[in-house]
Design a binder for this molecule. Structure first.
Ligand code: AKG
Ligand code: FE2
Length: 464
């Protein structure tokens, strides 16, 4: 990635010039940090540009997810047992590689589109139950990368560590002072050093696709990062994000059987689809990368550092952090004698016995967001997850947990309209033995209601 001086000054001009009333800036407003904080569930705003408040099934979809999150928060365990499920038993694992990778995994070990679909889909009573053991499926899968893809992931993880080292240094003060900028509705970048009453710190980074579309002109925002981290580090960060974007786009289009034209239209992979647009918001990715540092919990703190929630993404992809803490809700697939569902279990996604974080491979925790549940017509459950702080009884050397999720989201541009017949389930897989079931979370009529809708606008309805 080359960041040229004129591009930087263009962005600075845009930032500084928001109050001017020329057309280029008309749809952009950028607000300084004093007025905005990033909260643990993402920045909240009322209303939205697109306002589809009259979609009852979509609203119900959001309420159902909310109810599942509340149920999980009570943390009821299967048959009252704690730790009855293990990651190995119920969180599926796949080998993948970037579509551009030059290293060769043999075809047999790379997951097929059908295997990807199976791993993410729930399995109440279908043939893929072997993948989820006693769970009906959590929407979480661990992906293993090798070769150059693994190197790109390790560099992204090192970048995260270096960023927080820099924040703690004198120079880091500058980034802390930059704070959070609003670029457009739900579009923020910047550093918040005090999220959720000091429980954690967030750096949200987005890709500005540059004046000539994506590719070589793209740069990461906030631009102050460049000065703090240096261009080699920013290159590593951008490369790592591109690896995640590539894997995430492959997974999303496999799960939804999307043709590549639709994937390009709907999935924001950090590139711009419209080189000619003069609307700044369309040049800043809706997908974003977040660095999180969990701070030492209060002596008296109880409960989760990050409460149970789902993400507003197609997929959230986290290079396996060095320290544990993330827990996945794995609903049970069995029912009790009276026919009611047993609840489930919180499970930490872990490596298998013969794997280590430094074995040369890279491991990514991939979680389905609510957009994947929506567009898969309820076949893929959105992954409910939480983060448990390190035990505060352990008063020895405190090591803050660092995590770096990438949120792969729908595009925000007005062309990103969902065309159900043409975008979803088009790819006919004649040889497939997959039964066409509706899935546990299917809601009759929901996708019809969302046909021809600007997909990202569902965010407002689901959250409301
Ligand atoms: O810290 C983690 O690993 C997960 C963070 C998370 O769930 C989020 O940022 O939405
Ligand atoms: Fe999350």
């Amino acid at each position: 990635m080359k960041i040229n001086a004129s591009l930087q000054s263009l962005f600075c001009a845009v930032v500084l010039g928001v109050n001017q009333s020329n057309g280029f800036l008309a749809s952009v407003s950028i607000v300084r940090r004093q007025m905005i904080t990033l909260n643990a569930h993402g920045p909240q705003e009322n209303g939205g540009v697109f306002g589809f408040q009259d979609r009852p099934l979509l609203k119900k979809f959001g309420q159902d997810i909310h109810r599942r999150v509340m149920d999980s928060a009570q943390g009821r365990h299967r048959k009252g047992k704690i730790g009855a499920y293990t990651s190995k038993e119920i969180i599926p694992r796949l080998d993948m590689q970037c579509s551009t990778a030059a290293y060769g995994l043999n075809d047999l070990s790379i997951a097929s589109r059908q295997e990807i679909r199976e791993a993410f889909s729930e399995s109440e009573n279908t043939f893929n139950s072997r993948l989820h053991g006693r769970s009906s499926g959590s929407g979480c899968v661990i992906i293993r990368l090798q070769g150059e893809d693994a190197v790109a992931m390790h560099k992204l993880v090192n970048y995260a560590d270096r960023f927080f080292d820099q924040v703690d240094s004198i120079e880091g003060k500058e980034v802390a002072d930059v704070g959070v900028f609003r670029v457009a509705n739900h579009v923020y970048v910047g550093f918040d050093e005090n999220v959720n009453d000091g429980k954690m710190q967030f750096l949200d980074t987005r890709i500005f696709s540059g004046t000539e579309g994506g590719g070589h002109n793209a740069m990461l925002l906030p631009i102050e990062l460049q000065k703090l981290m240096g261009s080699a580090s920013m290159n590593d960060a951008h490369n790592g994000m591109n690896t995640l974007f590539d894997i995430g786009s492959q997974i999303t289009s496999a799960v939804l059987r999307m043709p590549s034209k639709s994937a390009n239209k709907l999935i924001d992979d950090g590139t711009s689809v419209d080189d000619t647009t003069r609307v700044l918001a369309n040049k800043v990715s809706n997908s974003y990368h977040r660095l999180i540092r969990y701070l030492k919990p209060d002596e008296n703190a109880t409960g989760a550092a990050f409460e149970p929630h789902v993400d507003s993404s197609f997929l959230t992809m986290i290079p396996m952090p060095k320290l544990p803490g993330l827990e996945i809700w794995c609903p049970s697939r069995s029912t009790t004698d009276d026919g009611s569902r047993e609840w489930g279990e919180w499970v930490q996604p872990t490596l298998q016995a013969d794997e280590q974080l430094n074995d040369g491979n890279a491991y990514i925790i991939v979680m389905a967001g609510h957009f994947l549940e929506l567009t898969s017509d309820g076949k893929v459950p959105t992954c409910i997850h939480r983060v448990i702080p390190p035990s505060n009884k352990n008063t020895g050397m405190y090591q803050p947990r660092i995590s770096g999720p990438l949120f792969l989201r729908p595009r925000i541009g007005e062309d990103a309209l969902l065309d159900v017949d043409n975008d979803l389930k088009l790819e006919s897989d004649k040889s497939s033995t997959e039964p066409m079931t509706n899935g546990l979370y299917h809601e009759k009529g929901l996708l019809d209601e969302c046909d021809k809708m600007h997909l990202w606008s569902a965010h407002d309805v689901i959250k409301s």
